[in-house]
Design a protein around this ligand. Structure first.
Ligand SMILES: Nc1ncnc2c1ncn2[C@@H]1O[C@H](COP(=O)(O)OP(=O)(O)OP(=O)(O)O)[C@@H](O)[C@H]1O
Length: 310
């Protein structure tokens, strides 16, 4: 059987006294995007920096396509592309000069560099800026150049640390589309502290909190886990609590004001439809209904508690 593209075993790191990450285990075998989600300070950058050979771990092992990043970093780094949180760009080089420099650093065969350069610029939509100084590019285009340097040597694994951070909304959409595109034929690990971004882009999700993995599964399993369980309903003509409790699936009702209430429900995917229909039939005059979205902080707290109990 082939080596996994990435295998992380019992990875731990401490900068000084406290552990920044503890016993991280992870294995990637396929193409597609894996989202590394965690709040600020959770340990995402530490994990990614070790994975990419920028930081030496205190304990544990990282294998990139079977090659140990610690003991054989030159070879391991030819197999991985990395865009750190702030892109390592040289502002006084042109796009071409910079990308050629990166290709040399990755020990690419000199003969294939011109073709790889052309290909990567086309892929990242920066061909028309080949001779422009990087200092004269917008933030979105600088990020594209950052992604281009991470894939010029055609690695099977690309690691992107919060690549949409600091971009404007249009640039975010463009960079997300580019990430999706480059993940078609390689594995991409993408870190973010924005839950919706990870849900939008990723096939699998790993959540880190307090330096530990608190969740690792498919995005479907994650979405099932975070399904809403309550809704806020506003009724101009509300009935008694027991009338609302008759709606199938509703487990409890709390009045927040005379007209606004929170309904709790279980295993009821069409609950809003049922509430709207029942309200119309009974003349409760529904004016507003919204599902209560669990915040990322609440999800982290729930998952952290769960993992502590295991
Ligand atoms: N160079 C350093 N020296 C000491 N402690 C550090 C250093 N870098 C990170 N830490 C600590 O390690 C922990 C994990 O930080 P890390 O940067 O990996 O988190 P993160 O999930 O990437 O957060 P962010 O999204 O804010 O970058 C934090 O407690 C942080 O304060």
């Amino acid at each position: 059987m082939n080596n996994p593209i990435l295998k992380i075993e019992n990875l731990s790191h401490r900068y000084s006294r406290d552990w920044a990450i503890r016993n991280i285990n992870l294995e990637i075998r396929q193409t597609g995007i894996l989202g590394l989600l965690g709040s600020n300070g959770a340990g995402k950058s530490t994990t990614m920096n070790i994975m990419c050979g920028v930081l030496n771990q205190t304990e544990g092992q990282v294998l990139v396509d079977g090659v140990d990043m610690r003991t054989n970093p030159e070879e391991a780094k030819t197999k991985i592309g990395f865009l750190p949180q702030s892109a390592p760009l040289y502002m006084d080089l042109t796009v071409d000069e910079y990308l050629i420099h990166c290709a040399w650093l990755r020990l690419m065969d000199k003969k294939i560099i011109p073709v790889a350069l052309k290909e990567v610029k086309e892929r990242c939509g920066i061909s028309h800026f080949s001779n422009r100084l990087i200092s004269n590019l917008s933030g979105g285009y600088r990020q594209r150049v950052g992604i281009a340097q991470a894939i010029i040597h055609r690695p099977q694994l690309v690691v992107l640390d919060e690549p949409t951070n600091g971009l404007d909304p249009n640039q975010i959409i463009e960079v997300r589309a580019l990430i999706k595109e480059i993940a078609l034929d390689r594995a991409v690990i993408f870190s973010s502290h924005i839950l919706s971004e990870v849900q939008l882009l990723c096939k699998d999700i790993v959540m880190i909190e307090g330096g530990k993995i608190v969740f690792a599964d498919s995005i479907e399993a994650f979405n099932n886990y975070v399904e809403p369980h309550s809704a806020i309903v506003t009724l101009a003509n509300p009935p008694q609590k027991n009338e609302i409790m008759k709606i199938a699936g509703i487990t409890d009702v709390n009045f927040l004001t005379d007209n606004q209430l929170r309904v709790f429900f279980k295993d009821s995917p069409r609950i809003t439809e049922h509430i709207v229909q029942t309200s119309v039939i009974n003349g409760w005059r529904l004016t507003e209904i919204s599902l209560d979205k669990t915040s990322v902080d609440e999800i982290f707290a729930q998952l952290s508690n769960k993992s502590n109990q295991n």
